[in-house]
Design a protein around this ligand. Structure first.
Ligand code: HEC
Ligand SMILES: [Cu+2]
Length: 332
């Protein structure tokens, strides 16, 4: 009686152990599979030949993804965004390179070529759907800045005109930047706030500074406002943003923002030159929106799926560095 009871218990304990061992090994298997990650093979061709194959992939968040990139025709370089901060570097035709990254957050990401490889280069983009454990992607919130512009009735497509090509009132702002003059002027508090700067244009800052300093010459006020504008836009003056511009914008807009990049003539419309004359009347949020959404019916691509909002604001600041930086503007 005692013995039978004991052996029954022993069998029970043994089975429990087995079940637990199976559960543990199953979990271990899953964990190992997760650690090994997912493999995504991508063939690369210029956009005219189909771009990336596949052009859309689905992976799981929190697990490494090994992108095995293979150059099919010409040299390409693959970047991941927004906010991923990973690049493959240049991949020669026929070369194979693996880029491993882990998406911490589910959402929709982009892989894109950032080496100018053909006329339609900027169309060389792929979509990465990163799902959570339940296989879901959280819905993306609309960009609040672009939504606010729409609510305000700002027509992004009407905000550009024939003014691109004619750098006229630039002389009026000469010398372009004068920090010494700024130090002698009264600066109304809102002009220093990032929110004000984002919803206004340099022309607004010049006007507000003139009102706050009656009796001071316009030739003093404008360069002072420009100095303030540049000072408050220091985010655009980093090497990382310069690099972002060089790889994604310079081919059309020119290395120095003069609208004279090697691909400028291929765009459906002439790319804007980023001079004081073209930018002064532009609100920062309109420039931001144009970068993220692109120009409807023009050659301006959309970059909202490539860059973070912060990167986009910094690019707006960088356009001002191009337009206002004394060294550069004296070259034009
Ligand atoms: C394929 C060529 C091309 C590339 C690449 C490109 N742009 Fe443009 N961009 C254009 C064209 C063409 C326009 C003019 C569209 C129009 O008439 O509004 C434009 C307009 C703009 C405008 C609006 C200017 C204004 O005064 O309204 C901004 C801002 C801008 N681009 C920023 C950028 C930035 C920043 C990048 C890189 C992240 C970039 N662009 C990349 C072609 C390009
Ligand atoms: Cu390319």
């Amino acid at each position: 009686m005692v013995n039978a009871d004991f052996s029954r218990r022993a069998v029970g304990a043994g089975m429990l152990f087995l079940v637990m061992a199976l559960v543990v090994s199953f979990n271990l298997d899953q964990r190992l599979a997760r650690q090994r990650g997912q493999i995504v093979d991508v063939e690369m061709f210029v956009a005219e030949q189909g771009g990336f194959a596949p052009a859309s992939v689905r992976v799981r968040a929190g697990e490494p993804v090994h992108f095995r990139l293979h150059g099919g025709d010409v040299a390409h370089a693959v970047a991941f965004g927004p906010g991923v901060g990973v690049e493959s570097g240049v991949i020669a035709p026929g070369e194979r390179r693996t880029v491993t990254l882990t998406f911490a957050q589910p959402g929709v990401y982009t892989y894109y070529c950032n080496l100018w490889c053909s006329k339609e280069h900027w169309r060389m983009r792929g979509v990465i759907e990163v799902v959570d454990d339940a296989g879901q992607i959280p819905p993306a919130a609309p960009d609040p800045v672009i939504a606010a512009l729409a609510a305000e009735g700002v027509d992004l497509d009407a905000a550009h005109g024939a003014d691109h090509a004619q750098p006229a009132p630039q002389e009026a702002l000469s010398p372009l930047v004068d920090a010494a003059a700024l130090a002698t002027l009264a600066v109304p508090e809102p002009l220093r706030s990032p929110e004000w700067r984002r919803t206004h244009a340099l022309a607004d800052a010049i006007a507000a500074l003139a009102v706050a300093n009656p009796g001071r010459a316009a030739s003093e006020v404008a360069p002072a406002a420009a100095a303030l504008w540049l000072e408050n836009g220091a985010d655009g003056a980093t090497a990382a943003i310069g690099d972002l511009y060089a790889k994604n914008c310079a081919a059309c807009h020119g290395a120095r923002g003069a609208g004279d990049g090697p691909a400028a003539n291929d765009a459906a419309t002439t790319p804007a030159a980023f001079t004081v004359a073209t930018l002064a009347e532009r609100r920062s949020d309109v420039l931001y929106a144009k970068i993220r959404r692109g120009g409807m019916g023009t050659g301006m691509p959309n970059f909202g799926t490539l860059f973070t909002p912060e990167e986009s604001w910094s690019l707006v600041d960088y356009l001002w560095v191009l337009a206002l930086d004394e060294g550069m503007s004296s070259e034009r």
